[in-house]
Ligand binder design. Structure first.
Ligand code: COA
Length: 277
C-alpha cells in the first residue's frame, strides 16, 4: 500500500519536529517537506539527524539539530537554532519517545524514570522552550501520544504513566494557549508498520505483526503516511476549531490490536527469562 499525502500547501511555513529523524516522526517530517515547508528535525543521535536531513534538501530547505529532549538547556538551544534558521514556528511536533517491555516488579526506578524523562518531562521542555517562538494566532502544536495513555497494558507501566501525562499536558496547554490562537492536539497512533516501536514491542517478528494486524478492525497495520496525513490536517486551517483533542489513528483497534500483541510479547519475554535464584 502506498498512501497519497494530502495536497495541502505549507510553503514558507516553519515546521519543527522533535524526534523527527526516524519512524513515524520522520514520515511526518518528509510529508511536510514534500508540501513545501521549511522543516527542522531535532533528535539525540547526530548520525540520525544527518541521515534524515540529507535527502530532504530541494527547493525548500531542511535543517537538523542534535538535542536530547531530557536536557532542558539542549532543547532551548535547539529551538533557538531552528528559529534562527527559519523564524517563528508555525507547526511544532513532539514525537521523541522511549520504550521497552518490562514487568513493573522487575523495573528499576531508573528504568521508570528514563521513560518519564523522555516522554513526559521531554515534552514539557519542548512545549515551554518553543512557546515564546510560536506564531500567534495560528500555530499548531502536535504531541505524539500512544494507546498506552488510556489503555492499561501489562509490561508498560512506565509508558502508560508517561503518555497519560503527555495527554494531560496537551489538554492543559490547549486551555492556556487557546486564547492566543495556538491549538494543541495529540495523535495516538496504533501499530505502524516498519517502526522502532513495533520492533521493540512486537518482537515476535512476523508473528507479532500478524497478531496485531489480525485484531485491527480495518484489517491492516498502519502506515507512516496514515499518521503524517493526520498531522498535516491538524496543522492546516481545516482543523482550525480543533484543540485539546487526543485523536486515535489506529484502524479502530488500539484496545484489541496493540494491547494483545504487546502483552503477548511481554509474556513471552518473561517466560524466556531464567528463573531467579
Ligand atoms: N528492561 C528493563 N529495564 C531496562 C530496559 C529493559 N529492556 N532497558 C533499559 N532499562 C533500564 C536500565 O536498566 C536502566 O536502569 P538501571 O540504571 O536501574 O539499570 C534505565 O532503564 C536506563 O537505561 P539506559 O540504557 O541507561 O537508558 P538510555 O538513556 O541509554 O536509553 C531507553 C533510553 C532505555 C528508553 C532506550 O530504550 C532508548 O534509547 N529508546 C529510544 C528509542 C525508542 O525506545 N523508540 C521506541 C519508541 S515507541
Amino acid at each position: 500500500m502506498n498512501l497519497p499525502i494530502i495536497p495541502l500547501d505549507f510553503g514558507g511555513r516553519h515546521v519543527l519536529i522533535f524526534g523527527g529523524t526516524t519512524g513515524i516522526n520522520l514520515g511526518i517530517a518528509q510529508a511536510f517537506h514534500s508540501r513545501g515547508a521549511n522543516v527542522v528535525v531535532a533528535s539525540r543521535k547526530p548520525e540520525n539527524v544527518a541521515a534524515a536531513v540529507a535527502p530532504m534538501q530541494g527547493t525548500n530547505p531542511a535543517h537538523g539539530v542534535v538535542a536530547d529532549i531530557r536536557d532542558d538547556a539542549a532543547v532551548e538551544r535547539a529551538v533557538a537554532d531552528a528559529v534562527g534558521k527559519f523564524g517563528p514556528i508555525h507547526v511544532l511536533i513532539q514525537g521523541a519517545a522511549g520504550n521497552f517491555l518490562a514487568p513493573a516488579k522487575d523495573l528499576s526506578s531508573n528504568g521508570f524514570k528514563v521513560v518519564v524523562d523522555i516522554d513526559l518531562n521531554g515534552t514539557f521542555h519542548v512545549m515551554r522552550r518553543a512557546y515564546p517562538h510560536l506564531v500567534r494566532p495560528g500555530a499548531s502544536v502536535i504531541n505524539i501520544s500512544a494507546p498506552q495513555s488510556f489503555v492499561p497494558m501489562r509490561w508498560q507501566v512506565h509508558v502508560c504513566a508517561a503518555k497519560a501525562g503527555v495527554d494531560q499536558v496537551t489538554r492543559v496547554l490547549a486551555l492556556e494557549w487557546g486564547p492566543e490562537g495556538i491549538r494543541v492536539n495529540s495523535i495516538s497512533p496504533g501499530p505502524i508498520a516498519g517502526t522502532e516501536g513495533v520492533k521493540r514491542l512486537m518482537p515476535g517478528g512476523e508473528d507479532g505483526v500478524a497478531l496485531a494486524a489480525k485484531h485491527v478492525p480495518l484489517g491492516r497495520m498502519g502506515e507512516k503516511a496514515d499518521i503524517a496525513n493526520l498531522a498535516l490536517f491538524l496543522a492546516s486551517p481545516y482543523a482550525g476549531y480543533m484543540s485539546g483533542a487526543v485523536i486515535p489513528c489506529d484502524g479502530g483497534g488500539a484496545m484489541e490490536s496493540v494491547k494483545l500483541s504487546i502483552e503477548a510479547a511481554g509474556a513471552a519475554l518473561v517466560a524466556a527469562r531464567p528463573a531467579a535464584g
